[in-house]
Design a protein around this ligand. Structure first.
Ligand SMILES: [Zn+2]
Length: 280
């Protein structure tokens, strides 16, 4: 009895230790984290056909953690936890404001993970609002579009790319992607070429055991209306390549009866389970 009274607290203490690197999931899960939002005085640049001219608006900036039995993948890295130090948000001269209410680090901790536990990181593209926390994942394998890396390394790099956000890639283990990439080799997590917003833009296609096919849009579409009406930003790298990528994703959604998650449209993010909940 004495031994049991001694053993039980030890057992409970062991159970209470948060799961770390070696905690594996039994099946595929998608976690959506709040990695900030961008408040804009004028959304005009997000349709090159004039529909948003003069309209104020807001873009959500989520990060996604894909947990697979063979490892974890972070898809997009948000605005950056450093913005959380200014609770009212950080204003930029172009009439936009970056707001981060919760850090990515705290949201990973809430599910028992640290950045160093995440084995893979990949990005829809390298714009600043998708790469803010990237350097925290220096120990991961970086799965990068070759065309996107070529843009980043060009002089000067395209304006919306914050080169410093990605400085860790020079030392990290990098695997370059030319076409599509089946991350875990079983078809359940695929990075798909969807160029046009930037030279090497990509989307992420998941085949979840219960929810079925889910495509994370990156910035192929910024809003539901842009998806429905085929609108795109004035600052896209290529209008023609964007139209081709839109066509590909529409067909994939139709052939798989898939669900599209438009990352910058808050309505799509609010419709997902809130972490620590997840889609499976
Ligand atoms: Zn974006």
């Amino acid at each position: 009895m004495f031994a049991l009274r001694l053993a039980l607290p030890i057992l409970f203490a062991l159970l209470a230790v948060p799961a770390h690197a070696d905690s594996k999931v039994g099946s595929l899960r998608l976690y959506a984290f709040d990695c900030g939002r961008i408040v804009l005085d004028d959304l005009g640049a997000f349709a090159d056909t004039g529909e948003y001219d003069g309209q104020a608006g807001e873009l959500s900036a989520p990060c996604f953690l894909v947990r697979h039995p063979k490892g974890d993948l972070l898809w997009d890295a948000g605005l950056g936890d450093r913005f959380a130090a200014t609770p009212g948000g950080t204003s930029f001269p172009n009439g936009s404001r970056a707001v981060v209410a919760r850090t990515l680090q705290s949201q990973l901790e809430a599910i028992g993970l640290r950045a160093s536990d995440v084995e893979y990181i990949a990005f829809s593209h390298f714009h600043w609002d998708h790469t803010g926390n990237a350097n925290d994942f220096a120990g991961a394998t970086w799965l990068l579009s070759r065309r996107e890396v070529q843009s980043l390394d060009s002089q000067p790099a395209p304006g919306r790319m914050a080169v410093d956000n990605l400085s860790a890639y020079k030392q990290a283990k990098v695997e370059l992607i030319d076409l599509d990439r089946d991350v875990f080799g079983d078809g359940s997590v695929r990075i798909l070429r969807a160029n046009g917003h930037t030279a090497g833009h990509q989307v992420l296609m998941l085949r979840l055991p219960k929810a079925g096919t889910v495509i994370l849009s990156g910035d192929l579409f910024h809003t539901r209306e842009n998806f429905e009406q085929g609108r795109m930003p004035a600052f896209n790298y290529s209008r023609g390549e964007t139209l081709a990528a839109m066509d590909r994703v529409r067909r994939l959604l139709s052939n798989t009866r898939g669900r599209l998650v438009i990352q910058h449209d808050r309505r799509d993010i609010d419709a997902l389970p809130k972490a620590p909940g997840y889609l499976e």
